[in-house]
Design a protein around this ligand. Structure first.
Ligand SMILES: [Zn+2]
Length: 331
């Protein structure tokens, strides 16, 4: 009997091993913790009655900024990571590469010792000694290439804390990838992996630039690659994985709940697809809820295939990839 039939659908999704390949640690801050930290730091909470109940993308950005303002001390980052691990364990998350945005931390807290904060995060993520979680330092487009260079230098200096790569986030529509080419080349030459958000607020050319100019191995979202079949073909041919976060896409308007999610067309076209939650607490979702959404529409077997893709697209060592595959139920 197939696992999904034997256990019941939701239970089968719950039991499935899960991987975070596109999750911003700051975006996992529990609402209660946010309120507490905001109160201590005198940070204005944009929506009082329903903490993370924003209705559009600009409101989301305001909330994300408030969250970063509230996280002021190394022990706040330790708490954030500790609570993340507890929440991940409840959902059978077995592995993760988590984004953090130290340039944003520094922007709001110039006095914060970033290495100390990253050390606190790393210690909590690996409190069980299993090294299930590593970090990707996300460069913020809006802060420009110089700030990006500092983030890359930091990433190269903090590999001992589990930093495995750099990402590119921020305002994709106004800040294209090209000025970051040199910074990404330096990161890759230093042995860091490269990923980038693209094809969300800008179109297929932005996805192409992330792949060809930055050497991104995975793309956050990437949905608008569908606007140009040549870019879809590029992703499929080079096996560049798209990290799809359905609830996030609904909020940004990259996809709608009314139509079939574009991830199915991308999958059909041979583009590797994985599922994640982006900023799960802020979006009032969870990786398990995102997996459930995909399994309901595409079937449990498809979801299981995406988990296998996530293992392959991860930056884990070969032995760990083998071990992770061993956790999957038989197909
Ligand atoms: Zn993201």
């Amino acid at each position: 009997m197939h696992l999904a039939e034997g256990l019941g659908f939701d239970a089968a999704v719950h039991a499935l091993p899960k991987l975070h390949l596109h999750c911003h640690l700051e975006g996992t801050l529990r609402p209660g913790s946010f309120l507490e930290l905001a109160e201590r730091g005198g940070v204005v909470v944009p929506q009082r009655e329903r903490v993370y109940g924003f209705k559009d993308f600009p409101e989301f950005l305001l909330t994300f900024i408030a969250v970063c303002k509230a996280l002021g001390l190394p022990q706040d980052y330790a708490r954030l990571a500790r609570e993340f691990v507890a929440d991940a364990r409840k959902q059978n998350v077995v592995y993760g590469e988590l984004f953090v945005s130290p340039s944003v931390w520094k922007h709001f807290h110039p006095e914060l010792d970033i290495r100390e904060a990253l050390t606190a995060v790393s210690r909590e993520l690996n409190a069980d000694g299993e090294h299930r979680f590593s970090l990707i330092l996300d460069v913020t487009r809006n802060l420009g290439p110089e700030s990006a260079m500092r983030t890359v230098e930091l990433a190269l200096e903090t590999r001992d804390l589990g930093v495995v790569g750099i990402g590119l986030g921020g305002d994709e529509a106004r800040f294209p990838a090209e000025p970051f080419a040199e910074v990404f080349a330096l990161a890759r030459a230093g042995g860091l992996h490269a990923v980038a958000h693209a094809g969300e607020a800008a179109g297929a050319e932005s996805v192409r630039a992330a792949v060809e100019t930055l050497g991104a191995e995975r793309i956050g979202h990437g949905i608008r690659a569908l606007e140009d079949p040549r870019v879809v073909e590029l992703l499929a041919r080079k096996r560049v994985t798209l990290e799809i976060c359905p609830t996030s896409n609904f909020l940004t308007g990259t996809a709608t709940r009314e139509a079939p999610h574009p991830l199915f067309r991308l999958d059909e076209a041979g583009v590797p697809v994985v599922i994640d939650a982006d900023d799960p607490a802020l979006f009032e979702t969870s990786i398990e809820a995102e997996y459930r959404y995909v399994a309901r529409l595409g079937g449990f077997k498809m979801l299981q295939r995406f988990v296998r893709t996530a293992i392959e697209a991860s930056f884990a060592s070969m032995p760990r990839k083998q071990a992770l595959k061993g956790l999957l139920p038989e197909e």
